[in-house]
Design a protein around this ligand. Sequence first.
Ligand code: CUA
Length: 154
Amino acid sequence: MDTSVIDSSEKKVMVITGAVMALFIFSILYARGRSNDLPECVPFDKSYLNPKVMQLDAKTFQVYAVAQMWQFQPQEIYIPVGSDVDFFITSKDVVHGFNIYEKNVNLMAVYGNINKSTVHFDKPGIYTITCHEYCGIGHQGMQAKVIVNDPSYK
Ligand code: CUA
């Protein structure tokens, strides 16, 4: 019996399998280079084109925050102790979380939508904003800071 002979129908299957595998590998490599190429979608509100902290009076602030893979803007928010802060949060791409553990803030950042939470910061310190909704490979490093300053420390 000659084992080197391959039936023609089996050859056909091998060629088709090879072609499918090649297409599969090509599509993975192609998608890898485009994984961050998501459409951006911010609410129809110019405040979110330039994420920022706005001061209304000595102890009242508004934060227009944007989440995107994998960071928050603004990255650092400086306020004096005793401030009230309105956080308005949205996302440019996928759903992110917006969690300030010490202040019991637990929001979702959702594209095309704005979520709000008001927080009173009565103690100085650094409060970490954490993304607590899995949003991809950079999720675990997605953080920002609220830095509450006590002028008496200077
Ligand atoms: Cu953003 Cu997890």
